[in-house]
Structure formats: C-alpha cells, structure tokens
Design a protein around this ligand. Structure first.
Ligand code: AMP
Ligand code: ZN
Length: 467
C-alpha cells in the first residue's frame, strides 16, 4: 500500500511498526453540534483508508476520541469553549449536549456506512492521564506555568513546524480581531495544556489538578487517548487538513517531548469540502447535515458515492446539482448490478485476480475513483453474472455503497402528509397542462414555490424537492 504522508510530503510505501498490524488514530468530532457533511467527508475517506488496509490483509486497531471539553472557538486558545456555547444555545448541560451530539454523530456515520472505530473515548474520561502527562512535561522542562495556566513551551523543540510549508495565514489560525492575544505565552505558538484561570466564570466542567481546579486544553486529549490505547508508537494519524496546524503540530510537539522519541509515522489529511461560498463551518448558522440531505430526498449513500468520485487530497466543492448528478450515476450503477443474471458458478480464480487489482488501485493513496472505475470494468468484463456480483460484493467491503442492494433510499424523512399534498398538486398541474391551461399550470408551480417546494420536469416525469 502507498499513502501520501503529510510529514514527508511524499507518497510513500506504507510500512507499519509491527508487521501485519496497523495502529490508527482519528481525531473525533467536537460534539457541540451536528457534524456537517464536510466533517463527514473526512470520516468517509478515513473509513475507506481503514477498510482498504483491512482488505489488503492488515489487522487494524483504530481509535477515535470525542472532544467534549477544551476546544475553544478558535483552534488557538482563544474564544469561547465550544461545548459551553452549545449548552447555552440549547439550554442544556454540557454533558447532555455531548451525549446528544455524540449519538447524532454515530447515527450519521451509520447512514453513511462509516464503521465505528474499535475504541471510542471521550476526552472527559481521561482527565487523570492528561494531568500525568502535563506533570511529566513540566518535569522535563517542556512546559511552564504562567497566569495560573500551564503552557507548552514551543521554543524548547528543535523543530516545531514539522509539517513545514505553513503559510503565515495558516499560522494565524484563530487569531481574529475580536480576541486579544494571551499575554502569558512566552512564544506566539505556545499552547495551553491546562487552564486554571478560566476565562469563563461559568465553565461547567472543572477538575482538581496539582495546579488548581481547571480543565484541559484541546490538544492533550489526542496524545493521551492515542497512547492509552495504542501504546508509544502509532502508525497512522488522520484528520481533516485544518487539523494539521495547530492541532496535529501541537500533538506531535507534546507527545514526542513526553516520549523522547518519534511518535507517529504517517499523517493522513483529508482536504476540505467547500460550498460555493467557501469553507463549511458549524458556527456559520445554517449548515448542511445528513438529515438535511435526507429531508431533501437524498440517499446518504449517494453523498458517500459523491465523495468517492474525488480524491481525498483535493478540495471538493459541494452543490446540489453535483449531488443530483452523483445520485443519478449511483442509481444507474445499482440498477446495472441488480440486473446481472444470476446464472453460472462463481469463478474463484477471477474473483481473486480482481481483488488483487482493487488492492493495487485503491491501495495507491486511497484512489477511490479508480475503485469505482474498477466496478465498471467488472460490469463490462466477460465474467458471468454471479462472478461479477461476487467481485462487486467484495469491493463493497471497502467502498461501502450497498452496491448489491437494489434500493436507493428516496424521499425518506419527508413527512407523508406533505408528500401527499405535493403529489396532489403535481396531478392538478398535469391535468391543467393536458387541457392546455398553461396559466393554471404555472400558477400551481408558483404556489408550491412560495411554500418552498421546487418542481422539476424530468424525462422520468415531474420530481419535487424542498428548496
Ligand atoms: P470538529 O468536529 O470541528 O472537531 O471536526 C471534525 C473533523 O472534520 C476534523 O477532522 C476536521 O479536520 C474535519 N473538517 C472540518 N471541516 C471540514 C470540511 N469543510 N471538510 C472536510 N473536513 C472537515
Ligand atoms: Zn486530535
């Protein structure tokens, strides 16, 4: 297998620390709101990476944290605690918010056929370990206390910017006009390991520590949770590209300072899903979620298909037109598979040859579009129907598109009453058109439009969706 490693900026042959085994870590969601489909692009592509490794025969152990404390509204240590913000918004406790959005996250993942990692650990489960690690960093001289907080001292490292090429703009992540710089920091990029002097009088979650009652910074959790379950050596660490700096840079700084040796060999970063107006964000108010897609009648797996059509190292622009197109292609593909004749016997030799081809194609830096091309190659081949199905079924262990299930979920989540009403209006409009009463037909279309319903005349008949 080959993977692009952000640490070396090269596509490299993947060699795990222990032959045949892979220790893999994924930065989990900050559970103060629903995941948007941009977040989920990262988790879909990481899921494909994990499944490709398994398909290639590796024994994978994958760990994910759940960020339920410490992530401030900028990725630097400024702004409000995201969890607290969520709790205030909904008039609930931080733990209620965390539970609700953790469940919502895994429910979205299930709809997108994203496998739950072998270990899922919320940050608030591991406070003792964070304190232990911070103590060692203080003892080793990598951390200091200032203004009652504990900071990591980035000047103590030979190399802090391990991912190189950060532009000045990236380095300024989170430093916005409305927040003042933390004057306790000795160096601009020092980061908080433990907050004791809370900026937030009403900080809900606080723990006792040798430095007083407080709460952890954001980055410490991934180092500690990673080491708790995977030991001192990690093979692959994943996240979205925005995690590269400061989050992953800081994780490496504190982990290697603590361990005294290299921590993780391969860093896998998924580029962003953007909408036409720019990067998606949970804090911008209305955002795109799996439920929103469903309420508009899309099958969540059509979104997975849309993601798989592109390479994870390229930004991907989302639009409903693009999703419509992906949905059409996905449906046609499923129909072709459903129509395969169920005759003959499985040609096992052909199945293994095709499997090998798939490992080489998708195993080349998670080339998912090549994986999809191979599905079409199988369909075009002269194999018999049952062998084709067997090969495609096996590819689907990685692609996760339910390719052998002929159904494409449509109009789910749409309230039945609304559906009946719109279908009634569509019939009325059809009758008006038949009588050449185009004014009435247009009036019906406009009436629906005012109610947020868009009609589309397609070759297969009239379709509707919520605007
Ligand atoms: P968060 O819940 O903000 O901690 O983010 C969860 C994951 O989504 C992280 O790995 C982020 O890097 C990733 N992410 C955030 N925004 C996007 C986006 N627009 N496209 C793809 N991944 C994203
Ligand atoms: Zn992380």
């Amino acid at each position: 297998m080959k993977i692009y490693n952000t640490l070396t900026r090269n596509v490299e042959e993947f060699v795990p620390n222990v032959e045949g085994k892979v220790n893999m870590y994924t930065c989990g969601p900050t559970v103060y709101h629903f995941a948007h489909i941009g977040n989920l692009r990262s988790y879909i592509m990481e899921d494909v990476l994990e499944k490709t490794l398994r398909y290639a025969g590796y024994d994978v152990k994958r760990v994910m944290n759940i960020t339920d404390v410490g992530h401030l509204s900028s990725d630097a240590d400024t702004g409000e605690d995201k969890m607290l913000k969520g709790a205030k918004r909904e008039n609930k406790t931080v733990m209620e918010i965390a539970k609700f959005y953790t469940d919502a996250f895994f429910s979205d993942c299930a709809k997108l056929n994203i496998k739950t990692p072998d270990v899922v650990e919320p940050a608030t489960n591991c406070i003792d370990r964070f304190i232990e690690m911070i103590q060692v960093l203080l003892e080793k001289g990598y951390a200091y206390q200032a203004g009652e907080n504990i900071y990591f001292d980035t000047s103590k490292l030979d190399e802090y910017y391990v991912f190189g090429n950060q532009s000045e703009e990236e380095l300024l992540v989170g430093v916005r006009d409305d927040v003042t710089e933390d004057e306790n920091k000795k160096n601009k990029n020092d980061f908080v390991l433990w907050f004791t002097k809370s900026k937030f009088e009403d900080q809900a979650l606080k723990w006792d520590s040798p430095w007083g009652v407080g709460y952890p910074g954001w980055h410490i959790e991934c180092s500690c949770i990673g080491m708790k379950h995977l030991g001192e050596y990690m093979d692959i660490h994943c996240g979205g590209i925005d995690n590269m700096f400061p989050h992953h840079t800081n994780e490496i700084a504190q982990s290697e300072a603590y361990l005294g040796h290299k921590w993780c060999n391969y860093w896998f970063h998924v580029h962003h899903l953007n909408d036409q107006s720019g990067k998606m964000s949970k804090s911008k108010g209305e955002f795109l979620t799996v439920s929103l897609l469903e309420s508009k009648g899309y099958d969540p797996l059509a979104y997975r298909f849309f993601c798989l059509q592109s390479h994870y190292r390229k930004p991907l622009i989302f639009s409903f037109e693009a999703l419509d197109q992906a949905t059409g292609t996905y449906k046609k593909l499923k129909k072709r598979i459903a129509d395969l004749p169920a005759e003959g016997a499985v040609d096992e030799a052909a199945v293994s040859a095709y499997k090998q081809q798939f490992v080489e194609a998708v195993g080349n830096d998670v080339n998912t579009s090549m994986g999809l091309t191979l599905v079409y190659d199988v369909l075009k081949s002269d194999l018999n129907g049952v062998t084709k199905r067997a090969v495609i079924d096996s590819y689907d262990q990685v692609l996760g598109l339910d390719l052998l299930n002929a159904q494409v979920q449509e109009q789910s989540g749409v309230d039945a009453e609304l559906e009946a009403y719109v279908l009634g209006k569509i019939e009325e409009r059809k009758a008006a058109k038949k009588e050449k009463n185009f004014a009435l037909a247009d009036a019906i279309r406009n009436e629906l439009l005012e109610q947020g319903i868009v009609l589309e005349d397609t070759r297969e008949g009239v379709k509707w969706k919520k605007a």
